[in-house]
Each structure stands twice: as C-alpha cells, then as structure tokens.
Design a binder for this molecule. Structure first.
Ligand code: GDP
Length: 376
C-alpha cells in the first residue's frame, strides 16, 4: 500500500495505533518526515499529548463534529465543555444540549487568568450562568479555571469526581480554548500516560479520538477541537493569532468619546460612535498587542484607505489582503444599560450608556459580533 503522494505506506503509531502518514498535516495519523527517525514512531497528535504542549486536535468539519456529539449522547458520559472566557460566545458550542441527551455537562470556563486582576468572580460566574442559560445550555456545574496558571483546577477535579459516577469523561471544545492544556493537566492527575493512548474511530466518520485510560477502567476521551469560521482567530495566520490572543491579563483602556469619533484596532476592525449625547465612556478589552488609534469618524474611511497595514497595523498589508472584506454592523445601545459590543476573537468594547448610543463596527465578513450584558 502507498500513501497519497506515492511514498510507501508507513507503520502504525505506537501510541494510538493509527496508520501513520506524512502527507496531510490536518488529517489523523500525520507524522513529520523527520520524526520517522525517532523510536518509537508516534503520530504528531500523540507526540504533542505526551510532551504536554500545544494543541493536538485535528479539526473536523462541523457536520462530522455534530455527528460525533450525537454519538456521545447515546453513551453514559460526563461531558466537560470547555470554553474560552475571552471568546465566550465564539467558543461555546451552540446546540450542545440537543446532542448530549441526559448526560451531565460541566462547563469549564478557561483562561480566567486573562481577566483583569480586579474581577469579581461571583459576578463572572453569575454572568456565565445566565449566558449559558440564554443559549439553552443546561449545565450541572460551572468551573472557572485557568489551565495555564493551574487555577481552579482542584475545583474542576472535584466537580469531575462529583458528577462522573460510573461514566467516561468526554472533553469537547472549539479550537484554541485550551483543551489540550487542560487534558494534559487531567492526565497528570488521573493517569500514568506512557504508551497507553488509544484512538477510537466513530463509525462513518474520519474522526479519531484519543482515549486516556483512568485507573478505574474508564476513559477521558479527547475529542477533536471544532473550528468555527466565525471566530476571528480562525481567519488569521500564526503571526496575527499571537497578536489577537492576549497572553497577559487584559488592561482595559477607557476612551471618552463624543459622537462622530472612531477607534481603529490596528487594521483588525473599527468601532464608530455614531450618535449619542455628550461624552460617553467606552472601555476596550483587547489584547495589549492590538494598538488602538482614535480618529474622527469623517476621516476614518480615508485613513483606512491610505494607511491600512501601515499606520493602522497589524495585520501587515500581506496578511490584511488575506482577510475577508469588512462589513458594517450597526447597534443601538439602550439608555441606562451596561453592554459589551463583542467581536469573537478580538475582544469587546464596554459601553456605559446613560443616554443611549448608536455605534457601528467594521470587521471582516463572517466574524461573529453581538451585543451582550457586560461581563465586567
Ligand atoms: P486547544 O486547541 O483547545 O487544544 O488549545 P491549547 O491547549 O492548544 O491552547 C490554545 C492556546 O491557548 C495556547 O496558546 C495556550 O497557551 C493558550 N491557553 C491554554 N490555556 C490557557 C489559559 O488558561 N490561559 C491562557 N491565558 N492561555 C491559555
């Protein structure tokens, strides 16, 4: 048998048993050619899991992922749904409830280290609870955690123990939410990972899942990360991903704006204060590496036309050209409300509107945006 590129077929991964291949990085069993010299030979996914580092997930298309979820619904499972607090609405799996049957769902809200130091955790937990409820998600428990900083992890393990009973644990999440980081923590606590990883394949799909054996004969099942093209972070390359994704606690920046003023977030997006009385307060929660540039609304189009990718950067002109064209979204902010104008993967602008306001966003077509009750 030969690989797609005509090269001879490779052996099976000694970690998970899958047929190895060197052709397609996005498909299961991928191993970089130079890694074939290592002994034992394992696929990149197992290598990453064993070495406790970055994402191990092969991204399936959405339909396949949903099929996989409905399979989980037929099993006796505890589901850990991991979401990213910086991209809550972008990373939550819409409609999860339909698929999980009567299985309990633990909502692990990761990356809490990114929230400003002064955050009121009770308030944040209540906010998550309400947002989850509004999305139709019934959760058995909510755990705020930071896989990176090892915070909230004891609480997560307690919640897993409390709800697991006689069940396997399935970990589901969108890409980049920190699922691998979290799984690696679970492995350290629950299992002696050596050569014991196994993958199972769901009938009729190309999805492989990694089973991590627990001491009591059950498994933690790492499912592939789902990719939502509506997240800004899925549209950009590695360079801009490092800009968009904060790696330090957010430092909210407050702008007092009058109507007719605009904020540019590099060339990632633009926020216009179109209409509203007096000075109003707009607080930007974006990564510290996204520079904010204030200008007049009437100058904004021209500024972008002449300086996108230069004065207004990142992205650089080459990366900017790879992004979809901007579309404009207009929002009416009600009087006396505290709202966030949220952009999946970029962050949000909090508006304390005593008087009500009309604002507009310009962001690449397809990127999710919405107005929500303020998180902070
Ligand atoms: P996966 O794609 O869901 O498996 O996510 P990874 O575990 O590979 O993490 C994606 C990115 O998020 C990496 O850059 C991680 O360093 C980062 N990350 C993961 N957990 C945390 C966390 O708790 N806090 C922060 N700030 N970053 C995290």
């Amino acid at each position: 048998m030969k690989q797609n590129n005509g090269a001879p077929a490779l052996p099976h991964c000694s970690g998970c048993g899958i047929q190895l291949q060197t052709v397609d990085t996005g498909k299961p069993g991928y191993v970089p050619e130079k890694a074939l010299e290592r002994e034992p030979i394992i696929c990149q996914r197992c290598f990453r899991i064993k070495n406790y580092n970055e994402s191990s997930s092969v991204t399936p298309d959405q339909d396949e992922f949903l099929r996989l979820l409905s399979e989980i619904g037929t099993k006796n499972a505890l589901i850990i749904h991991i979401v990213d607090i910086f991209d809550f609405q972008g990373s939550v799996i819409g409609g999860l409830q339909r698929f999980v049957g009567s299985n309990p769902v633990l909502l692990a809200v990761n990356k809490t280290d990114l929230l400003p130091k002064v955050s009121n955790w009770n308030k944040i937990r209540n906010w998550v609870q309400k947002e989850a409820k509004d999305l139709g998600l019934k959760v058995a428990d909510i755990v705020l955690c930071s896989a990176k900083q090892n915070q909230g992890f004891d609480r997560l393990l307690e919640a897993v123990d409390l709800h697991r009973g006689n069940r396997d644990v399935y970990v589901v999440g969108a890409t980049n939410v920190g699922k691998s980081t979290l799984i690696n923590r679970l492995i350290r606590d629950y299992s002696d990972l050596d050569q014991e990883l196994t993958t199972s394949r769901y009938p009729g799909t190309t999805l492989d899942m990694v089973n991590i054996p627990l001491d009591d004969g059950h498994y933690i099942v790492d499912t592939p990360g789902i990719m939502y093209p509506s997240r800004y972070t899925e549209l950009v390359g590695a360079q801009d991903l490092g800009v968009l994704m904060p790696d330090k606690p957010l430092k909210p920046t407050v702008y007092q704006l009058n109507e007719g003023q605009t904020l540019f977030f590099g060339s990632f997006g633009r926020f216009d204060f179109i209409q509203g009385k007096g000075h109003q307060s707009f607080t930007c929660f974006v990564s510290g590496r996204v520079p904010i540039h204030r200008t007049k609304l009437e100058r904004a189009d021209e500024l972008f036309a002449n300086h996108a990718g230069e004065l207004l950067s990142p992205p650089n002109p080459e990366n900017l050209a790879k992004l979809p064209e901007w579309t404009r979204h207009e929002f009416r902010i009600q009087k006396g409300t505290r709202s966030d104008v949220f952009v999946s993967g970029l962050g949000w602008v909090k508006i304390n509107s005593e008087e009500g306001a009309v604002v507009a966003l310009h962001i690449p077509k397809g990127v999710k945006t919405l107005v929500r009750t303020s998180l902070i």
